[in-house]
Design a protein around this ligand. Sequence first.
Ligand code: 5GP
Length: 190
Amino acid sequence: MKDSEGLLLVISGPAGAGKGTVVKMLTQDENIRLSISATTRAPRGTEQDGVEYHFMTKEGFEQLIGENGFIEYAKYVDNYYGTPRRPVEQWMSQGKDVILEIEVQGCEKVKSAIPGCISIFIMPPSLEELESRLRGRGTETEENIIKRMTRAKEEIPLSEGYDYVVTNDTVERCANEIKEIIKAEKVARA
Ligand code: 5GP
């Protein structure tokens, strides 16, 4: 990463940890951009193509893999998820800070490809709270909730490999802690 470039922040955490809401709060700052991932999973609830995700077919996704169109991609609970390369590189070169909200395998790949990135793991206050948030969405099947909870139990120990772990007890406190991390990283790099 060059000095004039923005920061690349990788944010992970179990599904239901509240990453999406925290990230929404952070991206109210116009210098912080959120990368819109591509996925082969079906839209959930009110999700729209190009807003929450670029929804793609498996064939389309695999074609883009072949064209080196992703910074990283991973399989998570039966579907592909990936970070399109072009917008992220453009924003960073314009000095914007870019957030990738991705799962743990993707984070590992970004760390190897872009060593200057900052990794943050958002931890739910407890597994009970996580399950109740997943159920509260009302958009997941029972099978999916079980798969996501199983994945969460695998992911939480991997938080040790992240630069920062932030507990999402309240969205506001969690977002403020991340803003402080961004400020501190900028001072350290200047
Ligand atoms: P969901 O289906 O709940 O939207 O996302 C499932 C998981 O995939 C979440 O942990 C989310 O952070 C992760 N994810 C979303 N986009 C990407 C991506 O581009 N790459 C990777 N590796 N994971 C992603």
